[in-house]
Every structure is written in structure tokens, then in C-alpha cells.
Ligand binder design. Structure first.
Ligand SMILES: Nc1ncnc2c1ncn2[C@@H]1O[C@H](COP(=O)(O)OP(=O)(O)OP(=O)(O)O)[C@@H](O)[C@H]1O
Length: 361
């Protein structure tokens, strides 16, 4: 008996995306076709790259078809949802989502997480760009090595094309500020420069613009977070309680700005003994887990302290690119996939604010 396109769609009609709870036939199933042997093939667009719930979705699809004595071949695609329209988001009309990477204090690995998140999502098939807005220590270009293309202005002079590193468009304060002159540049000039990055840069069609914010919660951070149309933010911390206090302050800032905090990354979580593989919590343990619970957000991952990661930063080849099969790269790739999923869920289902506003004054 030959199957029809209508039968396949009818079978799939009850299947829901486990991330959003919405029926996939609404806008994720396309291109249903039946070959000469009567076998069905169709495309399902996932809402985020490296989709951790893909197996669950696949199982529901197979079960729904089997319930009607049907079978089919799935071709997986990627369609990242557009963030909900907000007035200030018009500044970046070709960018679907802006993910800010923030930290309560310096040196916790915020730039390392930014660069590896961008690289990991790029490797998973998303269109990614990276904005280094860390006015105090713009380190993104150094962490990415030599650019394939430098930044330049267009012939008309009113548009800027970003530099290209490993296939990722990048803009950085470092391209315009001599390292020793950063102090002179702070304040209104930096603000103006970043405004230009948002309004005059030809980012192209982008699923996720990753923004490396400066650490802390001072006036500079506040004005940047207001300037940049952030869809959601992730907080990078180390496990010690003293780092966590600063994170709470930073989360409070985002809450005041109504920017959802989508998750916490605990960096330098543990050390893996290279001889025996034992995991040692050299600083403290459980801080990130407790913080995520307190905020009512996901713990996006615990990243080990490891010289592969620091070497990746020093050498200009991020660990997710240089040693993709390593435990360290997998931990960082998981962080990226979970952050992307959280953002896509926000865009697909509307924002949910962190509960911190209720718990911290
Ligand atoms: N998980 C890790 N394992 C080993 N080294 C790490 C790890 N994370 C970060 N580092 C190293 O720690 C240093 C600080 O990291 P990074 O520059 O990413 O921090 P940051 O929070 O962005 O700092 P800043 O406040 O200067 O912007 C770098 O030398 C980096 O390579």
C-alpha cells in the first residue's frame, strides 16, 4: 500500500517539540515526499544547533508514524527562531539572537567561554558572529589567532565589514584601541564605538551574535548592556563563594534591564588528573549548581581547569577547534548547545525572567 503526504502529515500532527511544547507540523516539518517504492522522506528543522533533545524528538516521530503503520526517513535541518521584536532590536535587523556572556568579576574565563561558544556553535552549523565589547581587556582577537580577513570600511565609507576569524565575523574594541590607550578611550568614545559596531557593521544573516561583555557591574557595563540589544545572557563564574557574590550582583543588573539570564557556566570547576583521570575540586564544589538553583536557571555546564583550554587561548586555536574530541572541548560544546537551546526556547516561546529579582534586593 502506498503512503500519501497527507497520511504522513496526519501522523506527525500530534508530535510536539520537546523544547517548546509546540506541534512540529506548525512550522518545523517541510518537504514531505514519497519515493517510487512508497517510502516517505521529510525534513524537520531543529530550533537550535547541537539540539540536546533531538533523540527524544526522533523517538516521538518514529512512534507516531509506527502507530499508523508508517515509516519515514528524517532529514534534519536548522531554523533558529527569530527573537521577539523589541524596539531596540531594530539596530541589528539581520541578527536573530544576541547572547551576552557576562561575569561578576574579571579573570573567571568569560572570554574563553565566549570564544569557544562561538566556535562550537559555528562548528554545529549555526551562523555565528562575535562582538568583543570587553573595553577593559579585549582579548577575543588574540584567542582566535590570525584573521582570514581584516576589518574594513565599504567604498562608500559608511558601512564596516567585520574581520573574519575561522569563518566567524568578529568585531573587537581591540581593533581600534591601542592596548596602552584603553584608559583614554573609556566612557563616551567607547560607547560611540560600540554603537557603531551595532549600527554600521555588516554582520550578515546571523543566528547568534555572541557578545563578550566587560566583567563587573559598574556604570560602563550598565550602559553597554542597555546599548546592546541582548536577547539573553549567560553568567560565567568559578565555584568559590566570593565569585558567586559578584555574579548575584550582575544578575540583578540584568534583571533590572529585563534581560533574561538563561544559565550559569561554572568554569575551572575541577581538575582532571592526567595520570589517573580523577576529578579534583581544587577550589570548591557545588557553587554553580547552587547558584543556578537559586536563580531558577539552568546550569549550562561545569568546565574543568586544564592546560588544553589555556593553551587554546594562548595559541589562537580555541580548544573546541584544536582538540574537538577532548573532554574539555565536549564540556564547552555542551555549554554552547545548551545556551543556544535556552535562547531559541526564549525566542520561540517568549521570555521568562530569572527569579532572582524576588530573592535578592
Ligand atoms: N577552564 C580553564 N582552564 C584553564 N585555563 C583557563 C580556563 N578558563 C580560562 N582560563 C585561562 O584563564 C585566563 C583568563 O581567562 P579569560 O581571559 O577567558 O577570562 P576573562 O574572565 O575573560 O578575563 P577578563 O576579566 O580579563 O576579561 C586565560 O589565560 C585563560 O586561558
Amino acid at each position: 500500500m502506498s503512503v500519501t503526504v497527507e497520511q504522513v502529515l496526519a501522523a506527525l500532527s500530534g508530535v510536539k517539540d520537546p523544547a517548546t511544547g509546540r506541534e512540529i507540523v506548525a512550522d518545523q516539518v517541510s518537504d514531505v515526499r514519497i519515493d517510487a517504492a512508497g517510502e516517505a522522506t521529510f525534513k524537520i528543522d531543529l530550533i537550535s544547533p547541537g539540539f540536546p533533545l533531538r533523540e527524544a524528538l526522533e523517538a516521538s516521530v518514529v512512534a507516531a508514524l509506527a502507530a499508523r503503520n508508517l515509516r519515514g526517513t528524517i532529514e534534519w535541518g536548522l531554523k533558529v527562531p527569530q527573537k521577539p521584536a523589541r524596539q531596540d532590536l531594530n539596530r541589528l535587523p539581520t541578527v536573530k539572537n544576541v547572547l551576552a556572556v557576562a561575569a561578576g568579576k574579571g579573570g573567571v574565563g568569560k572570554s574563553t567561554v565566549s570564544v569557544n561558544t562561538a566556535m562550537a556553535l559555528h562548528r554545529l552549523g549555526a551562523k555565528v558572529a562575535l562582538l568583543d565589547a570587553d573595553i577593559y581587556g579585549p582579548s577575543v582577537p588574540k584567542m582566535l589567532g590570525t584573521p582570514e580577513r581584516e576589518t574594513s570600511t565599504t567604498l562608500s565609507g559608511d558601512r564596516i565589514s567585520p574581520a573574519l576569524y575561522r569563518g566567524i565575523p568578529v568585531m573587537s574594541v581591540a581593533f581600534f584601541v591601542e592596548p596602552g590607550n584603553a584608559v583614554v578611550w573609556r566612557g563616551p568614545m567607547i560607547h560611540k564605538l560600540l554603537k557603531q559596531f551595532l549600527e554600521d557593521v555588516e554582520w550578515g544573516e546571523i543566528d547568534y551574535l555572541i557578545v563578550d561583555l566587560p566583567p563587573g557591574t559598574g556604570d560602563a557595563q550598565l550602559s553597554l548592556a542597555q546599548l546592546i540589544p541582548i536577547t539573553g545572557s549567560i553568567m560565567v563564574t568559578t565555584p568559590q563563594e566570593v565569585a558567586l557574590i559578584d555574579v548575584r550582583r550582575a544578575v540583578n543588573m540584568f534583571n533590572k534591564l529585563e534581560v533574561p539570564v538563561v544559565g550559569v557556566v561554572e568554569n575551572m570547576s575541577y581538575y582532571v588528573c592526567p595520570s589517573c583521570g580523577h576529578h579534583d575540586a581544587i577550589f570548591a564544589s557545588g557553587g554553580g549548581v547552587a547558584l543556578a538553583r537559586e536563580l531558577g536557571v539552568d546550569l549550562l555546564g561545569q568546565v574543568p581547569i586544564d592546560n588544553k583550554i589555556s593553551y587554546g587561548g594562548e595559541s589562537g586555536v580555541p580548544v573546541v577547534e584544536g582538540a574537538p574530541a577532548s573532554e574539555q572541548a565536549k564540556a564547552l560544546t555542551d555549554v554552547a548547545a545548551r545556551a543556544a537551546l535556552a535562547l531559541s526556547k526564549l525566542s520561540a516561546t517568549g521570555p521568562k525572567r530569572s527569579s532572582l529579582l524576588r530573592t535578592v534586593t
